[in-house]
Design a protein around this ligand. Structure first.
Ligand SMILES: *[C@@H]1O[C@H](CO)[C@@H](O)[C@H](O)[C@H]1NC(C)=O
Ligand SMILES: *[C@@H]1O[C@H](CO)[C@@H](O)[C@H](O)[C@H]1NC(C)=O
Ligand SMILES: *[C@@H]1O[C@H](CO)[C@@H](O)[C@H](O)[C@H]1NC(C)=O
Ligand SMILES: *[C@@H]1O[C@H](CO)[C@@H](O)[C@H](O)[C@H]1NC(C)=O
Ligand SMILES: *[C@@H]1O[C@H](CO)[C@@H](O)[C@H](O)[C@H]1NC(C)=O
Ligand SMILES: *[C@@H]1O[C@H](CO)[C@@H](O)[C@H](O)[C@H]1NC(C)=O
Ligand SMILES: *[C@@H]1O[C@H](CO)[C@@H](O)[C@H](O)[C@H]1NC(C)=O
Ligand SMILES: *[C@@H]1O[C@H](CO)[C@@H](O)[C@H](O)[C@H]1NC(C)=O
Length: 498
C-alpha cells in the first residue's frame, strides 16, 4: 500500500518537477543575464570612478564646513622649544685670556603656541587672514633651569643699530655717538632668560626710543615678534574650484610676489601656508614648498619615503634639504652686499622697516654650515638629528607631525671703540628653536573624517574586485547554461534524426 502510494505520488509529481526544473533553468538564464548586465555596468563604473576625487572635493575650505573650522582654529599642538646661548666667558675673552668665545646653549624652554586665524575675509575662491598667536609656558616640557635665571647675552639693540649708522651718514653717526656716551650701553648684558625671550627691557632701549630709532624686530625679545597679531596678511586658495590648489598662497599682503630677493623663484610665493600641500603634488611625490612668513621665504621639502606617524596613520615623510642655506640654493637679498657663507641665510630685508638689523638664519649650532662659522667659538656641537621634516597625510595632504629647526644669528660690526675686541663681522648665535607640530585630532575622528578617504578607496577597490568576480561568475554560468542548452538542442536533434 505504502509503496503504491509512493509510486502514485511520484508519477503525479514527475511532470510537475520537470516543468519546475525547466522553469528554474529559464529563470537561471534570465537571472544570469541580469547579473551579467548589472555587474558589467557597475564594474565599468567602479573602475572609472575616482573615489579619491569625490572625497577630496568634500574637504575644500567651504563656508560652514568642518575643514574650515579646523583651518581657522587648527587642531594641532604647536610647541616651540627655545634654546638660548649663554656667553659664559666674555670678560676672559675681552681680556685676551681666552682665545675663543664660549657659548652654552640652555634649554629647552617650551611654549605652546596657539595660532588662530583672524580677520578672515572671503573673496570668491580665495580667503585672506592674519594670525593671532599667543604663547603658554609649558614647565613639564622645559629644562628645570628657572626662567628667571640670568644669562650673559649680546646687546642686540646696540649690535643691530651699528650697520645702519654706518649707512645713514655723519649727522646720525654723531647723534648716535652722543647717545652712546650718555647711556653707555653694555656690549653684553645680564638678562633673565624670560627677558631675552619675551621682553628685553634695557635702559638703552629707552634711550633709543627717545631718539625714535626704529630698531624692530628684535627690540622686544626673541619671541615677541611671533606673539600677537601678525603683520602679514595671507591670501590662499580654498580649493573650491580645484581641490589640488587648496591652501596654496596666492598673495602676501595683497601682492602676488615679493620684492626682496634677487631671483624670481625666491620672490615667488606660490607655496603652502603650512596647512595643506595639495593632494596631486603628494600623489606624484613631487617636491612641495612651504612659505615661512618669519623669514619671508619659501622652503622646499623633498619626498623621502613612506612612514607611519603616531596612531599608526600611514604618512609620507618629507625633508627640508640640508643644503638649503648653501650658495646654490640660497635666496640672496636685493639690497645688500651679502657675503654668502654656506649655512647662513640673510633675511634682514624681510622686515618692513628700512633700517634692518644684520640678522641671519641657520640650522642649530650652524649644522651643515661653513667651518668659518665655528672658528671663534667653543661649545657649538651640531647635531645631525636636528633635521627639519614633515609627515603629510597622503590623501588629504595635511601635516600630521613635523619639526622645523632654526637658529637666529646676529652679525657684529665695530663702532668707534665698541666691540673692538671682537673680530669684525663675526656671526653671533643668539638662540635656536624647534617648532614641532602634532595633529591632535583623535584617532576615531581620524577614522571618521580623514581615514574615510583611505577607507573609501580601499572599499572601492574591494567593490571593484567583487564586481569583477561577480561579472566573471555570471558570464561563466551564462556561458554554461547556454552551452547546456546548446547540448540539449543538439541531443534532441540527434534523437530526432535517429
Ligand atoms: C558664510 O556663512 C556666514 C554665515 O554662516 C555668512 O555670513 C557669510 O556671508 C558666508 N560667506 C560666504 C562667502 O558665503
Ligand atoms: C651663564 O653664564 C654665566 C657665566 O658663566 C653663569 O654665571 C650663569 O649661571 C649662566 N647662566 C645659566 C642659566 O646657566
Ligand atoms: C588674540 O589672542 C589673545 C589670546 O588668546 C586674545 O586675548 C585676543 O583677544 C586675541 N585677539 C584678537 C584680535 O582676536
Ligand atoms: C626665581 O623664581 C622663583 C620662583 O619661581 C623664586 O623662588 C626665585 O627666588 C627667583 N629667583 C630670582 C633670582 O629671582
Ligand atoms: C664720546 O666720548 C668720547 C670719549 O669717551 C669722545 O672721544 C667722543 O668725542 C664722544 N662722542 C660724542 C659724539 O660726544
Ligand atoms: C653680570 O653679573 C655678574 C655677576 O653674576 C657681574 O660680575 C657682571 O659684572 C654682570 N655683567 C653685567 C654686564 O652687568
Ligand atoms: C610661481 O611658480 C609657479 C610654479 O611653481 C608658477 O606656476 C607661477 O606662475 C609662479 N608665479 C609667479 C608670479 O612667477
Ligand atoms: C642630538 O639630538 C637628539 C634629538 O634631539 C638627542 O636625542 C641626542 O642626544 C642629541 N645628540 C647629542 C650628541 O647631543
Amino acid at each position: 500500500m505504502a509503496a503504491n502510494k509512493e509510486l502514485i505520488h511520484e508519477a503525479a509529481i514527475q511532470p510537475l518537477m520537470s516543468k519546475f526544473k525547466f522553469e528554474i533553468k529559464k529563470k537561471n538564464k534570465s537571472r544570469n543575464i541580469f547579473v551579467l548586465i548589472f555587474s558589467s555596468v557597475f564594474m565599468v563604473l567602479s573602475w572609472f570612478t575616482d573615489v579619491n576625487k569625490i572625497v577630496l572635493e568634500n574637504i575644500v575650505l567651504k563656508n560652514n564646513s568642518q575643514m574650515l573650522d579646523w583651518y581657522i582654529n587648527p587642531p594641532v599642538n604647536k610647541i616651540l622649544k627655545v634654546y638660548i646661548f649663554n656667553y659664559t666667558n666674555i670678560e676672559k675673552y675681552k681680556s685676551g685670556e681666552d682665545k675663543k668665545l664660549h657659548v652654552q646653549d640652555i634649554g629647552p624652554f617650551s611654549f605652546e603656541e596657539i595660532a588662530d586665524k583672524i580677520d578672515v575675509k572671503w573673496n570668491d575662491e580665495f580667503l585672506t587672514y592674519r594670525e593671532n598667536r599667543s604663547h603658554k609656558f609649558l614647565p613639564h616640557l622645559s629644562t628645570n633651569i628657572p626662567l628667571n635665571s640670568t644669562i650673559i647675552f649680546p646687546n642686540i639693540l646696540l649690535i643691530s643699530a651699528i650697520p645702519n649708522i654706518h649707512r645713514i651718514g655723519f649727522a646720525a653717526k654723531t647723534a648716535f655717538g652722543t647717545l652712546l656716551n650718555l647711556s653707555k650701553p653694555k656690549q653684553f648684558e645680564n638678562l633673565t632668560i624670560e627677558e631675552s625671550i619675551f621682553r628685553f627691557p634695557t635702559p638703552f632701549k629707552r634711550a633709543v626710543s627717545m631718539v625714535k630709532w626704529n630698531l624692530s624686530p628684535y627690540d622686544t625679545g626673541l619671541l615677541m615678534k611671533r606673539s600677537g597679531i601678525s603683520e602679514t596678511a595671507i591670501t590662499i586658495n580654498t580649493g573650491i574650484k580645484d581641490y589640488n590648489e587648496i591652501g596654496k598662497i596666492v598673495r602676501i599682503n595683497g601682492k602676488n610676489k615679493l620684492d626682496i630677493w634677487k631671483s624670481e623663484s625666491c620672490n615667488n610665493v606660490s607655496a603652502s601656508d603650512g596647512a595643506f600641500y595639495g593632494p596631486e603634488n603628494l600623489r606624484q611625490r613631487k617636491e612641495v614648498q612651504a612659505y615661512i612668513p618669519e623669514i619671508c621665504r619659501t622652503l622646499p621639502m623633498e619626498y623621502y619615503g613612506k612612514s607611519s606617524a603616531f596612531q599608526s596613520i600611514p604618512v609620507l615623510h618629507y625633508n627640508i634639504p640640508d643644503d638649503i642655506f648653501n650658495k646654490e640654493k640660497n635666496c640672496e637679498p636685493k639690497n645688500t652686499e651679502s657675503q654668502n657663507i654656506d649655512g647662513l641665510f640673510d633675511f634682514s630685508q624681510c622686515d618692513i622697516v628700512d633700517e634692518s638689523p644684520p640678522i641671519f638664519v641657520s640650522f642649530p649650532h650652524f649644522l651643515h654650515g661653513d667651518p668659518k662659522l665655528f672658528e671663534h667659538f667653543e661649545g657649538l656641537k651640531p647635531n645631525k638629528s636636528h633635521k627639519s621634516f614633515v609627515h603629510l597625510h597622503p590623501r588629504i595632504s595635511v601635516p600630521i607631525q613635523g619639526s622645523l629647526f632654526m637658529q637666529l644669528n646676529l652679525q657684529l660690526f665695530h663702532f668707534r671703540n665698541y666691540f673692538k675686541e671682537f673680530p669684525e663681522g663675526i656671526i653671533l648665535p643668539l638662540s635656536w628653536i624647534e617648532v614641532t607640530i602634532e595633529n591632535k585630532i583623535e584617532r576615531n575622528v581620524w577614522w571618521f573624517f580623514f581615514l574615510s578617504a583611505d577607507f573609501a578607496d580601499y572599499s572601492m577597490n574591494f567593490m571593484r574586485i567583487l564586481l569583477t568576480i561577480v561579472f566573471l561568475f555570471a558570464s561563466k554560468s551564462l556561458y554554461d547554461s547556454l552551452k547546456k542548452e546548446e547540448e540539449n538542442y543538439q541531443n534532441k536533434k540527434i534523437i530526432r534524426i535517429s
